[in-house]
Design a protein around this ligand. Sequence first.
Ligand SMILES: Cc1cc2nc3c(=O)[nH]c(=O)nc-3n(C[C@H](O)[C@H](O)[C@H](O)COP(=O)(O)OP(=O)(O)OC[C@H]3O[C@@H](n4cnc5c(N)ncnc54)[C@H](O)[C@@H]3O)c2cc1C
Length: 168
Amino acid sequence: MLPCPTGKHSPYLTHHSCRTCTSSADWAAMMRTSLSTSSQNASTVSTTTTPTPDCPPDIDSLGRQTWTLLHTISATYPPSASSQQQSDMRSFLSLFSKIYPCWVCAEDFQQWMSRRGNEPRVEGREGLGKWMCEAHNEVNRKLGKEEFNCGRWEERWRTGWKDGRCDQ
Ligand SMILES: Cc1cc2nc3c(=O)[nH]c(=O)nc-3n(C[C@H](O)[C@H](O)[C@H](O)COP(=O)(O)OP(=O)(O)OC[C@H]3O[C@@H](n4cnc5c(N)ncnc54)[C@H](O)[C@@H]3O)c2cc1C
């Protein structure tokens, strides 16, 4: 089994799933190392760091697409959720945080959610949307990225920007 660049393996995923926990650059480097170690021709491996669209996702494209799903789920959540809907959302987030295919990300997300004050706010759309934005900002901070203004999450994910550029 190839070592994951993160040095960690999921307890229940195969090494192929390392890819979802690895950037394209690290993955390509790992493949080159692996091929040269096994005396194959390393020049046959692409050195591109941009994932090809119809190949399995790396950590970044998986993350981008997952955030799209999570924020869009928040944007279409009822303004005032029934107790069943609240219970479903809690279960979804709990399961999601266990099975997200980048398990290093999943572990950190679970830990963040378990801290006092970070429990999912599932009463309605506004609370859930802001909570999701805060969760995303936690990852942004960890990665040294700019924080998103959570006062504008709805423009980004539900209504479109006030300048009308999403209405064309
Ligand atoms: C649960 C989870 C945990 C992750 N953990 C890690 C990790 O530990 N390490 C790692 O390398 N990657 C992790 N990722 C992936 C990471 O968050 C990014 O998706 C990835 O780095 C690609 O970033 P990006 O700059 O393309 O934009 P993304 O961060 O994917 O954001 C996509 C778009 O969302 C909007 N946006 C940005 N911030 C917010 C916000 N706070 N609220 C609302 N909208 C926002 C912006 O318009 C942005 O263009 C995780 C992803 C998820 C879903």
